[in-house]
Design a protein around this ligand. Structure first.
Ligand SMILES: O=C(O)c1ccc(O)c(O)c1
Ligand SMILES: [Mg+2]
Length: 608
């Protein structure tokens, strides 16, 4: 289907928005009136620019507080409309969005509103323009699409139809099934926006928290299926009022927006077979092949890995990269990438079909990285995640595909000693304005399922966190955003971590305690509270405290975890899940964050 976006969804001046929209592959735009009024280019300039870029001006908006008014106001409103029609002719736009009257003065009389909209449509027809009437969720008298449709039907003018906006419909909990009763040709326009499920005033929710389809909690595929069954064949247009997108990189947001529509079409195609173009299917990863760390000489990662029971098992035949392993957990230490401190730079994902995974990523507009391949080396397909981390699609030691491990010569030396079995999850820290984009990326490109977003207290602000996982927890990726909106004392490059699963975390913790200086200390206050929250065996609780172990429990099972001290940007977590526990110990994250900040705060030692 044709794809369009309202200019209000993007950051910057109108010219920049148009370029970004065209570059991302959209077919058209809704010009949001304030974007035109605040810019120097004339309507003719904008029209020419859009035409040059191959964009249709699908709609001009919004026209407010028109219907259900007294005679004098009507005369004023029609005069106002005449002027808008002239501007639209200069812009090359033939559809005007009229939103339901939100003014306290409006008269609650459907026949009056219908008659006045008829007059507006008649005037519009003279300019070759049509009117799309939209029920704002907070409209004074008309607040839902069924009511707007009754009025449009009553008016009965060919140049008057409806604009449906998913936010207004779904935020009020209206049943979208009724859309199927509206003749498709009377649905003049469809605006799509998702939103997180928040309990707040609808107007503020709409103006600040809308997001692209797949980034929030609404069932947009369900709504779109109803609209398509009604016979709508106009554009899918994104109209997203969002404070973060208004500050983010314009081109990047436009690509994120387009990705959301491609993924939405795929979701709808699953419900309406044959209806829409499909993209190559997702190839969900089945595990972690490796985590690659930038390891400058000063990074101190080797003692940390040795303490955790890893051993150096391989040396890359062509690059300064070492393979450290234990069980199925593999860590690559790369001394060849320029970095001042240890950092997680790449993640290897075990994939049943690496080429298919890349095809999928490309179809969803993800940056595919140039293949890393020296003569004799295994091909490695990779895409860049939104935070820049490279994601490699690997098949480790399978007969049907060259294995990346073949590029490493055995290092000899001792074998691994610990209880670590595999990588449980990796936690990547995103720039704060990439959080929604990252959720959609992992969901659509990798086919992971997002859990709800959490807001966790940090001594310097707020940590937003969202976990994504594949079926049966095969792969878990946590995206964090530190310092939402930025903070004066925020570190430039926030922490990342690799969480390792231990088959016996008590044994791992005892070994680490014997070495000393590895485990992040946890305040006694935490254990006092743990005693109050959970009826734990006193001996067990004492062990936890002695070993710096943190604890969580839910209906499904238990979670034990500990953190190492940080090296550069990076630290390790050791975890043990039991029963069906699928969480990440979120209630303990504020404790961890406070302790991690403590040395920098300078009172860590003094308070001891
Ligand atoms: O918030 C508003 O005023 C507004 C304006 C135009 C729209 O299409 C809309 O959905 C909301
Ligand atoms: Mg709208």
């Amino acid at each position: 289907m044709r794809k369009s976006i309202a200019t209000v969804s993007l950051s910057g001046p109108l010219e920049r928005k148009l370029t970004a929209v065209a570059d991302a592959g959209f077919d058209g735009v809704e010009i949001f009136e304030p974007d035109l009024l605040a810019g120097f280019p004339s309507p003719e300039d904008v029209r020419a620019r859009a035409a040059d870029l191959g964009l249709r001006v699908d709609l001009y908006q919004p026209f407010r507080d028109f219907e259900g008014v007294g005679a004098e106001a009507l005369a004023r409103n029609l005069r106002r409309a005449r002027h808008k029609f002239e501007v639209m002719e200069r812009l090359g736009a033939d559809l005007l969005l009229v939103c339901s009257n939100a003014s306290p003065e409006t008269i609650p009389d459907d026949e009056l509103a219908a008659g006045q909209l008829y007059r507006l449509a008649e005037l519009a027809a003279g300019h070759g323009i049509r009117i799309a009437y939209e029920a704002l969720a907070w409209g004074r008298h008309v607040g839902d699409y069924a009511h707007a449709w009754r009025i449009v039907r009553m008016a009965g003018h060919d140049h008057l139809g409806l604009c449906l906006d998913s936010f207004h419909i779904l935020s009020r909990g209206s049943d979208p099934a009724g859309i199927e009763e509206i003749p498709g040709e009377k649905i003049f326009f469809l605006q799509l926006a998702d939103a997180p499920l928040l309990a707040m005033d609808t107007l503020r929710w709409s103006r600040h928290h809308r997001c692209f389809p797949g980034q929030g909690g609404f069932d947009l595929a369900g709504l779109l299926a109803h609209v398509l069954r009604a016979g709508y064949d106009g554009p899918l247009s994104l109209e997203v009022f969002n404070d973060v997108f208004r500050q983010a990189d314009t081109a990047r947001t436009a690509v994120d927006a387009m990705r959301s529509l491609i993924a939405l079409e795929e979701d709808v195609a699953a419900r309406l077979p044959g209806s829409l173009a499909a993209v190559p299917p997702p190839v969900p990863p089945t595990g972690f092949a490796f985590a690659e760390l930038a390891a400058p000489a000063t990074a101190d990662l080797e003692p940390l890995l040795t303490a955790l029971g890893f051993a150096r098992r391989g040396v890359h035949t062509g690059k300064p990269v070492e393979l450290w392993a234990q069980g199925e957990a593999r860590i690559l230490l790369n001394a060849g990438v320029p970095a001042d401190a240890a950092a997680l730079t790449a993640v290897g994902l075990e994939s049943p079909d690496p080429a298919g995974a890349v095809k999928r990523a490309r179809a969803l507009l993800s940056p595919v990285l140039p293949r890393r391949r020296a003569p004799g080396e295994a091909p490695l397909d990779a895409v860049a995640a939104p935070d820049g981390t490279a994601l490699f699609f690997c098949r480790t030691a399978r007969p049907d595909h060259p294995s990346w491990t073949g590029d490493f010569a055995p290092a000899g030396g001792r074998a691994p000693t610990g209880e670590i079995t595999h990588i449980d999850h990796v936690a990547l820290t995103q720039p704060w304005h990439h959080f929604d984009e990252a959720s959609l990326f992992y969901r659509s490109v990798l086919g992971l399922r997002p859990r709800e977003s959490l807001e966790l207290a940090d001594p310097y602000g707020l940590l937003m966190s969202r976990a994504m996982s594949g079926a049966a927890g095969a792969v878990r990726i946590v995206i964090n955003v530190a310092y939402v909106g930025g903070h004066a004392s925020a570190p430039d490059a926030p922490w990342q971590h690799v969480a390792l699963a231990s088959r016996d975390i008590m044994a791992t913790a005892r070994r680490l305690r014997a070495i000393g200086g590895v485990v992040l200390p946890i305040p006694a206050n935490y254990y006092d509270d743990l005693r109050a929250c959970h009826d734990l065996d006193p001996g067990r609780l004492r062990d936890f405290q002695d070993l710096g172990l943190l604890y969580d429990r839910d209906e499904d099972g238990e979670f034990l975890h500990l953190y190492t001290v940080t090296a550069g940007r990076l630290f390790f977590e050791v975890v043990q899940r039991s029963g069906g526990y699928e969480g990440y110990g979120a209630r303990n994250a504020p404790i961890r964050l406070a302790v991690q900040h403590a040395p920098a705060d300078g009172h860590h030692i003094a308070l001891r």
